[in-house]
Design a protein around this ligand. Sequence first.
Ligand code: ATP
Ligand code: MG
Length: 216
Amino acid sequence: MLLEVENLHSFYGKSHILQGVSLTVNEGEVVTLLGRNGAGKSTTLKSIAGAVTPGQGRVSLAGRDLAGQPAFRIAKAGVCLVPEDRGIFSLLTVEENLRIACRKGSAWSIADIYAIFPRLEERKRNGGGQLSGGEQQMLSIARALLTGPRLLMLDEPVEGLAPVIVDEIVTQIRKVAAAGVSILLVEQNLAVCTALAHRHNIIELGRIAYHASGPD
Ligand code: ATP
Ligand code: MG
């Protein structure tokens, strides 16, 4: 087991948002989190990454306890979240955006990134702010990979993008998964979920309502 989340509770002030979320991601697996708007999907990813401090529950990565740890320590343990807001540096070039994400000891180099995301190599001298929404999404996934995560979390990576770009990004995420990166993603589009994930977890108001094994 790579990631184990057990009975996670999270609050925003007095609002009790996550009421006992449990889920698992095995090594090399892709799991999608489904659920209606406001169900707490983003909060689940943020609580795992330490961007929101869970009030109760267990989060462990490869047996190591992470719940309540500061975000930088969780990141160091190998959990990387690409949030809904992509955080591209618009005044830096694409290649500069990538370079500052490189980490010593990471299994990923910029050349590996360009092999999966050829568009980013074509645009490497363009400013981050000149990229299309789809290209910005590719860049944010690429930057996350350069940090060498054990678990990559993507929050609605293809939301609002044109179908042709969605197909391109779905193919790229599949290549990342094939390279051995475990992925937990939030995705509302069922066709995209099915194209990507080995397993789906449906989150309904913080409660896992359904948990099924997919094609694998
Ligand atoms: P969506 O599909 O719209 O992205 P979601 O499932 O990701 O929704 P969350 O963003 O996790 O949902 O939000 C869960 C609930 O928590 C919502 O009711 C939302 O209004 C509330 N919420 C989210 N962020 C905050 C915040 N920073 N402060 C207070 N309440 C928040
Ligand atoms: Mg969300």
